[in-house]
Design a protein around this ligand. Structure first.
Ligand code: ATP
Ligand code: MG
Length: 699
């Protein structure tokens, strides 16, 4: 299992009988250590089913399973490779009875939780309930019970929330429901309070490996500790510079605590980066430089200097998206990226995906949105696309079924079912069947009337779409259509939460705007751009949309451009990465009430703001280090702030990236020896300092 591993990696892989921490920067082969160590443990005689490898996401688990299979073959399938939460589910299904939980307990999703909290807190306001949800989740992640939260509450607001938490917990128990945080909290309770369960699990697990250790929270730490027991047979790998889930309760204390709780801890550092070129790595090192160091580490790469990091400026988001698409096309044309899957576009927040999706669709480039819902996958947009597909092709049955029920128009399930049977019998499409003279007599005349009305309306729309040209007329068409089918009302009727309904309606309006723009022929300066394009009919534009819906089928091949949030990109890599929206106020995200460097009037940052800036900096570092061969960073001169366009500046991180404070030296090997000695000393110092701090804390 030592092939393809450097000496430091081998050291970590071969250390089998005690606690081991691999602490290293991005792309240094930490995840690779985990996969290889699974193989090594099996080779050394540990049964596969006694090994657990814990990843941060389900997707990472799937990928690790694949890699392990490639490396060790069949036994890999018996290794428990999953997230902490999935491990929690397994433990609760097996052992939950001890806590009074039935094996078929239900796992509540976030909406269920909001609902229960509304009830428990006596409010109908979802926003208030979500605030409680957030606070309660943080407490649970810190391992606090409702009573403990109340005892340490800082103000009335917190006291009230803690009392609501108590009622919420009672209800969960009554419903036999567990929330996401319970999937860690309850297994922890199980192990802590029930010796026989604890001993059973400790005996069952011979070694536990944890990837992305820097993003574990306090309860996960305790759970791990109880799972491995005093022998501490575990391997944790992580990078303090990539801790980006502080806002969700992850804590770097978990890194500091390890050498204290396990004095025999073996710390291995990896210094060589195998992922990125020196140019990319230098940008990454420069950005993370100003953050305080928990552990000193320096990365080098032997992949050569490579392409310089590009900074791309754009006037506004749409322009930025066009430039990004143009870059993808030109890299591909130049033979630098063969496959679509070689490219990733990464951004701070989910909502930023939309303009990039639209630009990629326009250029007919297949893509997937990971870590969020694609704009075009949203229910409301699918509804509208179904209508458009139906007017383009009346025989598109799936589109028919969706459009006829969005919104519902008094045509019931039974009617549609009879129509379907009839259509099947005579080999007609549903739309053809609807106009047949011999519609089954079983259908009530009222139902037939409604079907006819729908059919005539679709015909009418189709006619109008053929005769609507240019953006302005298209807008009128789209507005009339939405009014005709009362789509806004449909959204609000179908959604308890008004804010959600409003957001959906905004998506609908955005979509219509986008459609209208495609119809062209207009001087459009809504976003500060001036574009005059050739006029198209609405029908022509609708046709390209239905064509594009085949993109989702191509997605199956997975040879697609990835659009992802920075958070969801952790642990992954692509040859070509484009970091977009690297605009002050977006990344770093606005730090204070004001957008600027902000904080206080005297220019000194408050502690809270400073910490948030540090986390944003780590997020940028994660983004940069996803790139293997080329990296482009883009920002916009104007950006949306609410409904307005405001002037914007490039992110401070762009300037920092370029600082010529290279940590990548000409001859890395020469420096390496000195660094190793320095690291070894630092590790000892850090462990000693942490132990002293803990001792002081205990006293
Ligand atoms: P991140 O911090 O982003 O999670 P990581 O430290 O987990 O990164 P890996 O994903 O394990 O790094 O490795 C990065 C890349 O380098 C992968 O493509 C991996 O296959 C490759 N790699 C790692 N170690 C070696 C090695 N010793 N020889 C060759 N390639 C390696
Ligand atoms: Mg990794």
């Amino acid at each position: 299992m030592s092939a393809g591993l450097n000496p430091a990696q081998q050291e970590a892989v071969n250390y089998l009988h005690g606690p081991c921490l691999v602490l290293a920067g991005a792309g240094s082969g930490k995840t690779r250590v985990i996969t290889h160590k699974i193989g090594r443990l099996i080779q050394a005689g540990l049964e596969a089913k006694r090994i657990a490898a814990i990843t941060f996401t389900n997707k990472a688990a799937a990928e690790m399973r694949e890699r392990a299979k490639g490396l060790i073959g069949r036994p890999a399938k018996d290794v428990l490779i999953c997230t902490f939460h999935a491990l929690g589910v397994r433990m609760l299904r097996q052992e939950g009875a001890v806590l009074g939980l039935k094996p078929q307990f239900s796992i509540l999703d976030s909406d269920d939780v909001t609902g229960i909290l509304k009830d428990a807190g006596g409010t109908t306001d979802a926003a208030t309930a979500r605030q409680w949800q957030w606070a309660i989740s943080l407490w649970k992640n810190m391992g606090l019970t409702a009573a403990q939260a109340e005892a340490q509450a800082k103000d009335d607001n917190e006291r009230v929330t803690a009392r609501i938490m108590a009622r919420y917990e009672e209800r969960l128990a009554a419903y036999q429901g567990v929330d996401f945080d319970d999937l860690i909290g309850l297994p922890l309770k199980l192990l802590r309070d029930h010796q026989e369960v604890r001993e059973k699990w400790q005996a069952a697990l011979g070694h536990v490996l944890v990837d992305e250790y820097q993003d574990t929270n306090a309860t996960q730490y305790e759970l791990l500790k109880l799972l491995v027991g005093a022998r501490g047979r575990f391997t944790a790998v992580g990078d303090d510079d990539q801790s980006i889930y502080g806002w969700r309760g992850a804590t770097l204390d978990n890194l500091k605590k390890l050498p204290v709780d396990y004095p025999q801890l073996k710390v291995v550092k990896l210094e060589q980066n195998y992922r990125s070129t020196s140019a990319i790595l230098r940008a990454a090192n420069n950005v993370i430089g100003p953050n305080p160091k928990l552990f000193q580490k320096t990365l080098f790469s032997e992949l050569g200097e490579g392409e310089p990091v590009r900074v791309v400026d754009a006037d506004h988001e749409e322009h930025e998206a066009e430039r990004v698409v143009a870059r993808i096309q030109s890299l591909r044309a130049g033979g630098l990226g063969k496959d679509w899957k070689d490219f990733a576009v990464l951004y701070r927040a989910n909502h930023q995906a939309k303009v990039f999706e639209q630009a990629l669709r326009k250029a007919q480039i297949p893509y997937k949105v990971s870590g969020g819902t694609s704009f075009f996958d949203r229910a409301e947009i699918r509804d509208l696309c179904a209508w458009l597909r139906l007017i383009v092709n009346n025989d598109d049955d799936p589109a028919f079924l969706r459009a006829i029920t969005a919104p519902k128009r008094g045509i019931g399930h039974q009617t549609l079912q009879s129509l379907g049977v009839f259509a099947g019998k005579y080999k007609l499409s549903l739309f053809e069947a609807l106009f047949s003279n011999s519609l089954p007599s079983a259908l009530a005349s009222r139902a037939i009337g409604s079907l006819h009305e729908f059919g005539r309306y679709v015909n009418d729309l189709e006619y109008r779409a053929r005769h609507t040209t240019g953006a302005e007329d298209a807008r009128t068409f789209l507005t009339d259509w939405l009014k005709d089918i009362a789509y806004e009302k449909h959204l609000y009727d179908g959604e308890d939460n008004e804010k959600v309904a409003a957001a959906r309606w905004t998506n609908v309006l955005d979509f219509c705007d986008w459609m209208a723009q495609r119809c062209g022929g207009q001087i459009d300066d809504t976003a500060g751009v001036t574009t005059a394009s050739e006029k198209k009919t609405l029908m022509e534009v609708a046709q390209t949309i239905s064509l594009l819906s085949t993109i989702s089928e191509r997605e199956q091949e997975q040879n697609v451009v990835t659009l992802s949030t920075l958070h969801a990109s952790k642990g992954l890599e692509w040859p070509h990465v484009m970091l977009v929206g690297v605009t002050e106020g977006m990344l770093p995200f606005k730090l204070g009430d004001e957008d600027g460097p902000a904080g206080r009037a005297d220019g000194v940052m408050s502690e809270g703001i400073l910490q948030r800036l540090q986390e944003e900096r780590r997020l940028m570092y994660v983004g940069i280090t996803r790139a293997q061969r080329s990296l482009a960073v883009s920002w916009t001169k104007r950006r949306k702030k609410g409904r307005e366009m405001v002037q914007a500046q490039p992110s401070r991180f762009i300037a920092e990236m370029a600082l010529e404070q290279s940590t990548v030296k000409e001859d890395p090997r020469a420096k390496l020896k000195a660094l190793r000695a320095e690291f070894a000393q630092k590790a000892v110092d850090n462990a000693a300092a942490a132990a002293a701090a803990a001792a002081a804390g205990a006293a």
